[in-house]
Structure formats: C-alpha cells, structure tokens
Design a protein around this ligand. Structure first.
Ligand SMILES: Nc1ncnc2c1ncn2[C@@H]1O[C@H](COP(=O)(O)OP(=O)(O)OP(=O)(O)O)[C@@H](O)[C@H]1O
Length: 479
C-alpha cells in the first residue's frame, strides 16, 4: 500500500469521523482500526485466509457505499417464533409501530415510506414488550441496519446518561457507516448521543462515558467494558451484533463478542444480523442469542433463462482483444462489464480499450474501497460505458443497466476448476427485470474450452459459438 493512499485513508476516515461530531465522537483524531482500515484485495496471487476475510469486510463496505435504495426482492420471509402460539405480527406502515414522534419524523426524513420486507416482521418483534431476542438473515441492502437502529433508538432513555445500547460491527469503517444511520435517524432526538468504541478513540482512564449508544469493534468494546470499565455492561438493554458473517470471518472477533455477551444482564435484548447463514454463522448466532426468534429472507434466485450466452474461440490475449473490438464494431452496446482474471490483464485491457476511443472505467484490487465506490458510481451514472474489472473487485456489486457481460477470462477457483457460482453471478448482472441479456465468453486454450464445457454442463444451458470475424453473425445475436 503506497504511502499516499494510506494518508488518503486516514484523511477520509478523519473526515467521516468529524462529520459525526454532533453525536459527540470522543476524540477528534481517530486513527484507523487495525481491523481493516486499509482494504486491499489481490486476485493475482492465491489469497491467504486473512485476505479473504478482509475481502468480506471490504465487500460489505463497498455495498453500503454504493447503495442508495432497498434491494428489490419478491421472496417471502420465513419466520420462526420462539413461542409458536403467540400471534405473528407484521406491519405494513411505520405508524403501526407506535414509534416516538421524533423517531417517526427521522424515518420519514430518510425517505422511508413503508417498512421493507424484512422490517415488516422484524420491527414488531424487536419492539415488543417484553423485549424479544432475534436472529435475522437477509441479503445485503434489504433494510437490516435501518431496522436495528430503529430498535435501539426506540429503547433508549435519553435522560439516563450512560450506555444502554451496544452495537458491534466487524470493522472501523462499518461501524462508522452504521453510526451515520444512527445519526440520521436520530436527527430529531438531539439529547441522544453516540460514542465510537474504535481503536484510536482514547479516553482518560477512570472515565465513564455518558453516551446512550455505543457502537464499535469487538476488541475495543471488550476493553471498554472490562479492562477500562468505561461502560457498565450490566446497564445495557440492547445488544446488537451486526454482520455476523463478516464478524466471525475475522480472527478473534467471535471470542471477543462472546465475552462481551457474557457480561450483559440476562434480560438484555440480543439481536444478531447476517447476510448469509452458513453453518458457522448459525452456530455462533445460537451461542450469543439465547431463545431467539428467527427471521430469514431467501436470496433472489439468479437464473440464466433470459440470457443469451456465446463463446468466441481465440488463440491468445491479442486475438481476444481483436474479437472484442469486432463485437464493438458490429453491435451497439449500451454498457458492458468485462471480467479479467488478473489485475494485470484488467489494467492492460482497460488501456487498450481507451486507445480505441472507449470510455473505460477500471476497478482494480489496489484501490481503496472508497475509490472503488466512486468508480462504480460513475459507471452507474453512465459516465463510462465499459467497466473492466477483476472478480474480487466486482463480487456482489449491482449495476442493473448492464446489457452485455464479457468474460475476457472464464471464472475459475483457486484450483483451476470452473467457478460456476461466480459465472452465474457475473452473468446475472445482465438480463435482469425481464430484460434480455447477452453474455460472451472468450476461450483461448484447450483448458479454457474444457472449463466452458463444464460450465455448460453444470447449468445445462447451451453456450453457442460465435464467429467474431463474421460481422453479420455478430449482428444477429442482438435480434
Ligand atoms: N423502509 C425503507 N424504505 C426505503 N428505504 C429503506 C428502508 N429501509 C432501508 N432503506 C434504505 O435501503 C438501503 C439498504 O438498507 P440497509 O442498509 O438497512 O440494509 P442492510 O440489509 O442493512 O444492508 P447491509 O447488510 O448492506 O448493511 C439503505 O440505503 C437504506 O437507507
């Protein structure tokens, strides 16, 4: 990581921290947390486990930075109640929740008209009396953060000048993002204060903090609760564990979270959120949330049904580039995403396309998350028509208007086998919402032909050959 980008990271974080001053960040000069302040992804070399983990946090942050709306989902919510005999409440409006007027005002000021799918069920459970515990899983962007922030703000007694709600986030940056939501939603609640338990936020020993809500990373929160005693954990009424899947992917966070949870009173409300629910997350969730209600929202299935898939046979990188130019010469492509296996190829391809006069955006692993978010934003706004990227950078990002996806290199896992899930995910960028999409795969060796055949077999969907030297044939694929 170059010194200037490190400096940039610190500047950006400080700027973000300062913007939260109305909620009283304890110390002005906040330094980045060791838990991933500088996020770096590398697709070129085999990743170590730690880098993988960093990726998850980076991905999550990137998603938050580029997201301005709820994700569209038609899937049903699955609810498992601790007490199956009690009636299941769900709400279709925020009024039904009988929120404090200042909070309702905050919700509307954020532009929320009605609860999201997950909020319809989660909010009545979280706000019920007596408080109930909850484990909730739904994909990123479905309204989880807004839901638990509303729950914390509802339970807080502003007159009591000590921490009552504790929220754990996996990284410094994610904590700041959630802090911003608390700040926005609590805008009409000036007496409410928020403190950041993140590394670098140094308080004087022996001090007690008066803020009613504390958000932070597990290590610092643990120190503040035990060693430094800035927080009296026995007075916590709501404990939120956000991004549990990212959390447990980080060394030490799982144990620290459990140790914090053990210090809390028995009747403290425990809420855990996760975008995914693999076994490890589920086990962890059950350890930290006793007697939970459970809410799950299934991910929208991606399908290849509305996508026409082709492959082009080439002998090397230059021929692949030529094929790409031929395609661009024959058909009008509104916006395309092009995936490469390595940063080096992505950089080279972006430069070559620029030389040909294309407006190209490049997403590359050495970029800071904030820079990546800015690149994606520009692409979304249509400022560039081609986005060249490696897989690590683009995993999980939503750019809905893309009409063509090009696999300049086919997706493979670290053992060189076809990565079907990534294929589906990449191609799924196009052909959404009933639109017809186009996917073109570049094949440049026997090995990659074999990969393509296996992908074809896996999805049981034919991928047709395209001769890019024949302009008429290329034109036909858009019919
Ligand atoms: N009820 C709502 N109506 C409209 N927009 C909403 C509503 N709830 C949340 N949003 C907005 O939708 C976006 C996603 O919400 P939120 O961040 O709460 O989702 P999330 O599930 O927590 O996602 P992530 O896991 O990525 O943080 C945000 O921009 C948020 O402001």
């Amino acid at each position: 990581m170059a010194t200037d980008s490190w400096a940039l990271a610190v500047d950006e974080q400080e700027a973000a921290a300062e913007s939260l001053s109305s909620l009283h960040l304890k110390e002005e000069k906040t330094k980045p947390d060791a838990n991933g302040a500088v996020v770096k992804a590398d697709d070129n070399v085999e990743k170590t486990e730690d880098e993988e983990k960093e990726d998850r946090a980076a991905q999550s942050l990137l998603n938050k930075l580029i997201r301005s709306n709820l994700v569209d989902t038609t899937n049903q919510v699955e609810v498992l109640q601790r007490d199956p005999t009690s009636p299941l409440y769900s709400v279709k409006s925020f009024e039904e929740l009988r929120l404090k007027p200042q909070l309702l005002e905050g919700v509307y000021a954020m532009g929320f008209n009605r609860p999201s799918k997950i909020q319809e069920n989660a909010l009545p459970m979280m706000l019920a009396e007596p408080p109930q515990n909850l484990i909730a899983q739904s994909q990123s962007g479905t309204g989880k953060t807004a839901a638990f922030v509303l729950a914390m703000l509802s339970r807080v007694e502003p007159g009591n000048k000590y921490p009552q709600c504790l929220c754990l986030s996996p990284t410094y940056e994610l904590a700041l993002q959630t802090g911003k939501v608390i700040e926005q939603m609590g805008k009409f609640y000036p007496e409410l204060k928020l403190a950041y338990a993140v590394r670098g936020n140094k308080l004087e020993r022996g001090q007690k903090i008066s803020e009613q809500i504390v958000i932070g990373t597990p290590g610092t929160v643990l120190d503040w609760c035990s060693k430094l005693k800035f927080i009296d954990p026995k007075k916590i009424k709501v404990f939120v564990l956000d991004e549990a899947d990212v959390m447990i992917a980080t060394q030490g966070h799982q144990d620290q979270s459990i140790r914090i949870q053990r210090m809390l009173p028995r009747d403290c409300q425990m809420l855990l959120f996760s975008a995914t629910f693999e076994d490890s997350v589920w086990k962890f969730a059950q350890k930290v949330v006793p007697d939970p209600n459970i809410i799950k929202l299934k991910r929208e299935e991606e399908t290849l049904d509305t996508i026409k898939q082709y492959y082009v046979l080439c002998n090397n990188r230059d021929e692949k580039f030529q094929a790409l130019c031929n395609i661009y010469g024959a058909i009008t492509i509104a916006q395309a995403m092009i995936f490469c296996h390595t940063r080096k190829t992505a950089g080279w391809l972006a430069a070559e396309l620029s030389k040909e006069g294309h407006q190209v955006a490049l997403l590359s692993g050495e970029m800071m998350v904030e820079q990546r978010a800015a690149v994606i934003e520009r692409f979304r706004e249509g400022k560039e028509k081609v986005l060249v990227t490696t897989n690590v950078c683009a995993r999980g990002i939503d750019v809905e208007q893309v009409s063509v996806v090009i696999n300049f290199d086919l997706p493979v896992d670290k053992d060189g086998n076809p990565d079907n899930e990534t294929y589906l995910h990449r191609i799924g960028r196009t052909g959404r919402f009933g639109k017809r999409g186009l996917a073109i795969n570049m094949v440049d060796s026997k090995h990659s032909m074999n990969i393509l055949n296996r992908i074809q077999e896996h999805f049981n969907k034919k991928i047709n050959k395209l001769d890019t030297d024949d302009l008429d044939e290329i034109e036909k694929i858009t019919n």
